[in-house]
Design a protein around this ligand. Structure first.
Ligand code: NI
Length: 261
């Protein structure tokens, strides 16, 4: 399998959870190519459920670890991976530090992992939700960690695709792109301002708020935030295009799946 083929499979999975993906793709690309900056996944820091397991099919295609990131408030750790081809999408994978959660949340996550049935024919990154989960469990997790609740509800699917805005000449700035999205009725994540980061740090990012999607819980369906679309504009730092991630910005981008209370 090639990187392009894997990305095409992931895009198909993602589209089914992201009703806004196609119209945004169309708006940004105007029918032309829309280069992808990175895909992102969420996991749990347990063997078989975390970064290593999620990244495995990417590593098999030549992806190598390039950076690590800590998010103490959200109890998350993340790594990013790249291939040697700067045009290949990067991979950003995070995992929840389960032992840092309270007993109620921890016991739910332990039960999810114990009851997980992973599909034998596809990698963890395409497994979807491998465990049954109840609305009451989702709500308990939500009180302590939006990330944990989202992962319990959706499992292993792409959390977001990201337009590489610096590679689309028709959008000279992230501001103009954000305004066009707002004018077309898309809701953007305003946590920390619409744009996280700056040219000086090498990366400006914005994102949609995750579109609501109906999830089948064991005790009935519930509409909750699904996946989102991110927009990244990279800038040169010390003469080379910045290829990493900015912790303070990523921290706010995580909130794109927060429940609107
Ligand atoms: Ni991202």
């Amino acid at each position: 399998m090639s990187v392009a083929a894997l990305m095409a499979e992931l895009w198909r999975d993602y589209r089914t959870l992201a009703p806004h993906a196609e119209p945004i793709h169309e708006l940004i690309g105007g029918g032309g190519e829309v280069p992808n900056d990175h895909v992102a996944f969420r996991g749990l820091n347990r063997p078989g459920f975390g970064i290593d397991a999620i990244a495995a099919p990417f590593v098999a295609l030549g992806y190598r670890e390039q950076g690590e990131y800590l998010f103490p408030d959200k109890k998350l750790f993340a790594r990013h991976f790249e291939t040697e081809d700067p045009n290949d999408p990067k991979l950003f994978v995070s995992e929840l530090e389960v032992e840092k959660l309270g007993p109620a949340a921890r016991s739910i996550l332990d039960r999810l992992m114990e009851t997980a049935v992973l599909p034998p024919d596809r990698p963890l990154a395409r497994a979807g939700r491998p465990w049954p989960v109840a609305q009451s469990e989702y709500r308990t997790l939500l009180e302590e960690s939006e990330y944990a609740a989202w992962l319990a509800a959706f499992g292993y699917v792409v959390n977001h695709f990201t337009v590489a805005v610096h590679r689309v000449p028709r959008w000279p700035s992230l501001e103009t792109l954000n305004q066009a999205l707002i004018d077309s009725g898309f809701a953007l994540n305003g946590s920390g301002g619409l744009i996280k980061g700056s040219p000086e740090v090498g990366l400006e990012q914005s994102s949609t708020l995750a579109a609501p999607i109906t999830v089948a819980f064991t005790d009935g369906p519930l509409e909750i935030p699904g996946v989102y679309y991110e927009f990244a504009r990279r800038h040169p730092v010390n003469g080379a295009l910045f290829s990493g991630f900015v912790t303070g910005s990523a921290d706010r981008i995580f909130e794109s799946t927060d429940v609107r209370r």
